[in-house]
Ligand binder design. Structure first.
Ligand code: ADP
Length: 487
């Protein structure tokens, strides 16, 4: 098997130009997209700038007027066709994702299926954006409340879920009658461009879905946040960048939806089912090599179950098959780049210097490059760097606690509040803990919770707004109150 885009069944799913107003734009400059498993260049992609982004905003603005006037059913037919094409090309889309992001094929296939599910959900929910009729405060009037599409939306997405982060936004944006201009992460523009090919084939009208690949994030971001024609801005990425983009959005008072960083706690109580807790930790911690914003970053385990939990966890983590994600059967691929590996190595060293004991992994093993071995650290404590900084790698630091109050207090001791996990069989405790954890999402007794039907989003500095579910549609609609008087 080859190592590049030649392995695709349909080569045209990997264009290297931007997609603006239904046309492909090559631009004047190019940037290299690398395969993190091999370090080889996969493609040279158009490096578009401010003027291209402005052209995309013009196209999106024009397209919004006609797209928003279609019936919700007409939009949903096209979106469902798009979802169908995504599923039909699941294998090629998964290969593209593995090649540019490094994640293993099995996970890339699941992400592709989730992407189709998001688009299908947006198509369905778009038909249920209901308004209100309010009993009037005066006898000669009737009061109506409409929900209207907000307008063209600026979108910036990260590399860790190159397809799902874009489709989750596109589902709500297109489903509510808006258009979008998206800048995918420079590490992973190919998955976004493949989605554009299929949107085009599905008949999504020109200008509704625009992709501006670029290495010049600041330049493109400035247009997407400051152009007055863009009415809402949706971002997934780091809290630091998100804060800056919110500041920029303030210049035109844009509605913002922000999915920012996390530092998820995972709590295992003495009364947990041991096997469930270990399986749940494995699924949530090591998925995508630990590079998800809802991966548990801090694991807190109660005294009595600590020893059996940590030995079981280390035993399973040591068995994870690490290698090139294209090789069938691999369970963990490389991290996204060298900087990511260096951050993980630094955090592991820091934990060791503060008394952490490495039970498995702890280094790059024999693979080197962008790989880091699955790692479990015993005797971890909250003075270690992971306590206040996202690891974004396959490292599970396990901290001991005594009482429920102590465990929950440590879990909440962070400015982030995206996801939290708890394992307990005590129903009263499950309720107490789920109510006191300060996070937008709590998963009890399971390691995987992402689905198109539930609201995804964070408390505190983890963000604003929700994606998925019917709540996700609210980010891209305006509320209009109309009084009909003199009746
Ligand atoms: P990550 O740590 O996941 O790379 P970032 O917040 O740096 O998180 O990146 C998320 C997305 O934000 C990417 O598409 C990236 O190109 C973009 N980005 C980074 N810096 C800026 C910026 N100053 N303005 C606009 N977009 C940016």
């Amino acid at each position: 098997m080859g190592q590049g885009l030649e392995i695709l069944d349909r080569a045209e799913l990997a264009p290297t130009s931007g997609y603006l107003g239904g046309k492909w734009r090559a631009g004047d400059a190019r940037f290299a997209v690398k395969n993190p498993a091999t370090g080889e260049t996969l493609a040279e992609v158009a490096d578009l700038g401010a003027s291209d982004t402005e052209a995309a905003v013009s196209a999106a603005t024009e397209a919004w007027h006609s797209w928003s006037r279609l019936t919700a059913k007409e939009r949903s037919v096209l979106m469902r066709r798009w979802a169908g094409l995504i599923l039909q090309h699941q294998e090629d889309l998964a290969r593209i994702m593995t090649l540019e992001n490094g994640k293993v094929l099995a996970e890339a296939r699941l992400e592709t299926a989730l992407s189709a599910a998001y688009i299908e959900w947006g198509a369905e929910e778009g038909r249920r954006i209901y308004g209100d009729v309010i009993p009037s405060h005066r006898p000669d009037a009737r009061l109506l409340v409409f929900r209207q599409s907000i307008g063209p939306v600026g979108v910036i997405t990260p590399w860790n879920f190159p397809s799902a982060m874009l489709t989750r936004k596109a589902a709500a944006i297109l489903g509510s009658g808006c258009s979008l201009v998206a800048k995918p992460a420079a590490e992973t523009p190919l998955s976004a461009l493949a989605l554009a090919v299929l949107a085009d084939e599905a008949g999504i009208p020109a200008g509704v879905f625009n992709i501006v690949p670029s290495k010049r994030a600041g330049e493109v971001g400035k247009v997407l946040t400051e152009d007055a024609r863009i009415r809402a801005f949706s971002f997934t990425g780091s809290t630091a960048v998100g804060k800056e983009l919110m500041r920029q959005c303030a210049s035109t008072v844009k509605k913002t939806a922000m999915e920012l960083g996390g530092n998820a706690p995972l709590l295992v109580f003495d009364d947990a089912d041991l096997e469930t807790a270990i399986t749940g930790t494995m699924q949530s911690k090591f998925r995508n090599g630990g590079q998800t914003c809802i991966c548990p970053n801090r694991i807190f385990v109660q005294d009595k179950i600590y020893d059996s939990y940590i030995s079981g966890l280390a035993e399973q983590a040591a068995q994870i098959k690490v290698g090139n994600g294209l090789t069938e059967g691999m369970q963990q691929g490389p991290l996204i780049n060298q900087a990511a590996v260096e951050k993980v190595l630094r955090q592991v060293e820091n934990a060791k210097s503060l008394g952490g004991e490495i039970l498995c992994g702890g280094d790059q093993g024999t693979l080197g490059g962008c790989f880091h071995m699955p790692t479990v650290i015993a005797n971890a404590n909250t003075k270690m760097e992971f306590a206040c900084e996202e690891t974004f790698g396959p490292v599970a630091p396990v901290v001991r606690f005594a009482t429920e109050a102590e465990g929950v207090a440590m879990a909440n001791d962070t400015e982030f509040g995206l996801a939290a996990y708890a394992f307990t069989q005590d129903l009263a405790r499950a309720f107490r803990v789920s109510e006191t954890l300060e996070s937008g999402m709590v998963s009890l007794n399971a390691g995987v919770m992402t689905t198109e039907v539930a609201p995804f989003g964070g408390y505190k500095e983890s963000g604003l707004g929700r994606e998925g579910s019917h709540q996700g549609m609210d980010e891209f609609t305006e509320t209009k109150y109309v009084q009909f008087a003199g009746l």
